[in-house]
Design a protein around this ligand. Structure first.
Ligand code: NAI
Ligand code: MG
Length: 501
């Protein structure tokens, strides 16, 4: 808690060796101390040890970062050509790839995710940054003819200073989803990482400078939601906030916008996604995707396929084989080669999930496998499958965000469409069937932003992602994300004589 903490410390990871971890706030292309000199500890979820401490932004630091972003927006960045905006984004993507092993190791250390999976995250982050680099010089307006006496054009302009608040489940992937489109459209950014996982965002900030971004265009700060996050959401000089996280915090951010300058808000929130397996599905394929759908990233996915509906003809066989499959998921040290599932991110998340498991047991659902902590150090939880789950149970309705799924049996297509949609969320869904008509009919009927058929969790930066209902507002990724970061200007020019004499 003092201002004499160093601005960089040496950290060691098992797969990338020793590296220099920045600890400051990245503002104006420099790592700086927080105004109050406050720091906070970063916990390694694998063994609960302290990895290091980083500087903690408070409202004063948010003010400084926002004015840096404002100055860059009104100054050098506004004058930059779209082509050059694209170039630096592509350079940043290249640097992500060049530093893939380091970035993936930092993610594994910070978040507890398996390093093999973290490598996929970093590859996807690079893909996303490069994709939006490609968009930078393709953002076009229109000329619209309203008659011979006028000349009208419609322009897409950047919004301005964008506050971006990201979660801890995919720290650098979310970093790239936010920064890519914002920068492509000509905005500047103050991004706050999640307090559980600040390390990767700061290493990536070093790459921002190396890629050649002018000072103030991308600012990255570490800090807590109720202080730094809230200061961004209610800031009078932030023009837009993009948020990924819980629905509860999403509501708070909307209120902060309403209570301040009505900044534009996009939200990517929670989910309780139905994963539907019909009798005619290729059962091996379905089991493999159902397993990946819920246990990937330890269940800490907003789109996790946590409500599993299996048709009655294959229900018993499905459960038997799904159990066998899930028991093969290697749970353990994120840095071990074969690990699929590491620890949950924090003590708080661990406790939350164990609370849901207890609630499921008490409500009378059947524990098919798991249901316990694994080991006595680190936040590990056994892959847990509940069967005989009814719609009224908490474990069927609330987002658990852990390696826990609820299975229930269904008879007909109409029935499963109705139950699948019986949730306040609408982020994702999946259908497993060999029948093309069933696949299309059910996909069209499900109220979700993404529907997967015979697959799960296969996101791609070219495809829009976001929620129906309380799962969010706006779409990330794809061309759709450009709408979040541009505003439309109409310019209307009178050519003819004065209308009213
Ligand atoms: P959270 O929504 O509170 O935190 C996400 C981000 O929002 C963090 O950067 C945090 O610092 C910030 N934040 C928190 N309160 C804020 C406020 N008042 N104003 C501005 N920013 C604020 O999520 P948390 O507490 O980490 O996890 C709780 C639950 O949220 C999880 O169990 C899960 O169900 C859900 N969640 C969903 C995610 C998703 O990908 N949609 C990601 C993380 C959590
Ligand atoms: Mg929270």
């Amino acid at each position: 808690m003092s201002g004499d903490h160093p601005l960089s410390v040496t950290v060691e990871t098992p797969t990338a060796g020793k590296y220099e971890q920045p600890t400051g706030l990245f503002i104006n292309n420099e790592f700086v101390k927080a105004q109050d000199g406050k720091t906070f500890e970063v916990i390694n979820p694998t063994d609960e040890s302290v990895t290091c401490s980083v500087y903690e932004a408070t409202e004063k630091d948010v003010d400084i970062a926002v004015s840096a972003a404002r100055k860059a927006f009104e100054g050098p960045w506004r004058k930059e050509t779209p082509e050059n905006r694209g170039k630096v984004l592509v350079k940043l993507a290249d640097l992500f790839e060049k530093n893939l092993d380091l970035l993936a190791s930092v993610e594994a250390l910070d978040n507890g995710k398996a390093v093999s999976m973290a490598k996929v995250d970093i590859g996807m982050a690079a893909g996303c940054l490069r994709y939006y680099g490609g968009w930078a010089d393709k953002i076009e307006g229109k000329v619209t003819d309203t008659g011979p006496d006028t000349f009208n054009y419609i322009k897409k302009e950047p919004i301005g200073v964008c506050g971006q608040i990201i979660p801890w489940n995919f720290p650098l992937l979310m970093w790239s989803w936010k920064i890519g489109p914002a920068i492509a459209c000509g905005n500047t950014v103050v991004l706050k990482t999640a307090e559980q996982t600040p390390l990767g965002g700061l290493v990536a900030a070093k790459l921002v400078k190396e890629a050649g971004f002018p000072p103030g265009v991308i600012n990255v700060i570490s800090g807590f939601g109720k202080t730094a996050g809230a200061a961004i959401a209610s800031h009078m000089d932030v023009d837009k906030v993009a948020f990924t996280g819980s629905t509860v915090t999403g509501r708070t951010i909307l209120k902060a916008s309403a209570g301040s300058n009505l900044k534009k808000v996009t939200l990517e929130l929670g989910g309780k996604s139905p994963n539907i397996v019909f009798d005619d599905a290729d059962i091996d394929n379905a089991i493999s995707w159902v397993n990946f759908g819920i246990f990937f990233n330890h269940g800490q996915c907003c789109c996790a396929g946590s409500r599993i509906y299996v048709q009655e003809g294959i229900y018993d066989e499905f459960i038997k084989r799904f159990k066998e499959r899930a028991q093969k998921n290697v749970v353990g040290d994120p840095f071990a080669k074969d690990t699929f599932q590491g620890p949950q991110v924090s003590q708080l998340q661990f406790d939350r999930i164990m609370g849901y498991i207890k609630a499921g047991k008490e409500a009378g659902a059947k524990v098919e496998i798991g249901g316990n902590r694994k080991g006595d150090k680190g936040y590990f939880i056994e892959p847990t499958i509940f069967s005989n789950v009814t719609e009224d149970m908490k474990i069927m309705q609330e987002e658990i965000f852990g390696p826990v799924c609820s299975i229930s049996k269904f008879k007909t297509k109409d029935e499963v469409i109705a139950t699948g949609n019986k949730t306040t969320y609408g982020l994702a869904a999946a259908v497993h069937t060999r029948n093309l008509n069933t696949a299309i009919e059910v996909s069209n009927a499900l109220k979700a932003g993404t529907v997967w058929v015979n697959t799960y969790n296969t996101l791609h930066h070219q495809m829009p992602f976001g929620g129906y209902k309380e799962s969010g507002q706006g779409r990330e990724l794809g061309e759709a994300a450009l709408d979040n970061y541009t505003q439309t200007k109409t310019v209307s020019i009178r050519l003819g004589d004065a209308l009213f004499g």
